[in-house]
Design a protein around this ligand. Structure first.
Ligand code: GDP
Length: 344
């Protein structure tokens, strides 16, 4: 049964987790009628959104992201915050399997009154999923969540999307191993604001410290994202709850610095502009394919590109030019007939 927008809005405002979940399902849907309702819903809740700290969390599978989020979330709740957890899982789009979704995750945190955990979306293309994650984030903010943790796997594209919707980016690293080995590319390193070296104990503390030195050396050569911010590399154990308070503090420090530098809202605005551009491109493409009846031409140009008959950029330009030529002819015909009509 469809739930009315009003019921969803009231449910979100009153902190009803079931209705918040339903609202997220709605914004994740690609069905046109759902998009219309989703737009109405987002319009209603927008004034209530924007007040959380948005935290991206990345690291290779097994580095301890969910363990970290579970215990960090509990720590934040102890400090009086409400915590929501969302996930971007790139694997689901590629091979239908799921790196993030299948495990039983964060059981203790999910039992907390002041926590909301949304399992990762199980299908969809990355851009769309990331967009739904952003919209889900707005819904969580409207429901009063102070910290929104967006989890992803360190494989590349998903980090770029996460760093485009969050205020701070946290990297959970395991001891040793080159960054290449951990699948962490330079591009991802450039997005990082705080590093947490996980699974540190008495037996591996020396190795952990070496990893820290190596990492700090590598980070030293990267341009700083935020003026006067030296990326902290912290040691600890998510499982044993060690060092998480330091992460909490550094997140606060970073956010405060962003406010001091007048960058907090500025960067959110830039992020919104990027998303706007992304959607302009998407909607234009959809409109052109459907309304101009040119899906066949689109497919045939695309085929030429994929079969390497010509290069993709030339094919794309040809298709766009054809459409605009068609539009121009229609426009001229309309002007001409108006002119005749006027002269009669
Ligand atoms: P994710 O795939 O990055 O989300 O990693 P998980 O949080 O599922 O953790 C992977 C494994 O590492 C699990 O068996 C955890 O119990 C374990 N783990 C996580 N943090 C620590 C830690 O601080 N110390 C130890 N010894 N194990 C940990």
């Amino acid at each position: 049964m469809e739930i009315s927008t009003e019921t969803l809005v009231n449910g979100i405002k009153s902190g009803d987790k079931r209705l918040l979940g339903k609202a997220i399902t709605l914004v994740e849907s690609k069905k046109p009628e759902h998009r219309i309702q989703a737009d109405l819903l987002l319009k209603e809740i927008l004034p209530l959104s924007g007040k959380s700290i948005r935290i991206g969390v990345t690291g290779v599978p097994g580095s301890g992201k969910s363990t970290f989020i579970e215990n960090f979330g509990k720590l934040a709740i102890e400090k009086g915050k409400k915590v929501a957890v969302l996930a971007i899982d790139p694997s689901s789009a590629v091979n239908k399997g799921s790196i993030l979704g299948d495990k039983t995750r964060m059981e203790e945190l999910s039992r907390e009154e002041n926590a909301f955990i949304r399992p990762s979306p199980s299908s969809g293309f990355l851009g769309g999923v990331a967009n739904a994650t952003f919209e889900s984030m707005l819904l969580c903010e409207a429901a009063g969540y102070d910290y929104i943790l967006v989890e992803t796997v360190g494989v590349g594209q998903s980090e770029i999307l996460v760093s485009d919707i969050t205020d701070i980016f946290l990297f959970i690293k395991i001891i040793g191993g080159g960054d290449e080995l951990q699948g962490i590319k330079r591009g991802i390193m450039e997005m990082i604001d705080v590093v947490f070296i996980n699974k540190v104990n008495d037996n591996n503390i020396r190795e952990a410290k070496n990893t820290k030195v190596e990492l700090m050396r590598a980070l030293h050569f990267l341009p700083s994202k935020e003026k006067d911010w030296k990326i902290p590399v912290l040691l600890g154990s998510a499982l044993e709850n060690k060092g998480l308070d330091k992460v909490y503090l550094e997140i606060e420090n970073f956010i405060n610095l962003k406010f001091t530098n007048n960058n907090f809202h500025k960067i959110r605005q830039e992020q919104a502009e990027k998303r706007f551009d992304y959607w302009v491109q998407n909607y234009i493409l959809e409109e052109l394919k459907t309304k101009e009846n040119s899906e066949n031409e689109y497919n045939s140009h695309k085929k030429n590109a994929s079969e390497l008959k010509s290069n993709p950029s030339s094919e794309a330009r040809l298709w766009v030019e054809e459409i605009f030529k068609k539009k121009l002819i229609i426009y001229c015909l309309v002007c001409f007939s108006l002119h005749i009509h006027h002269n009669l």
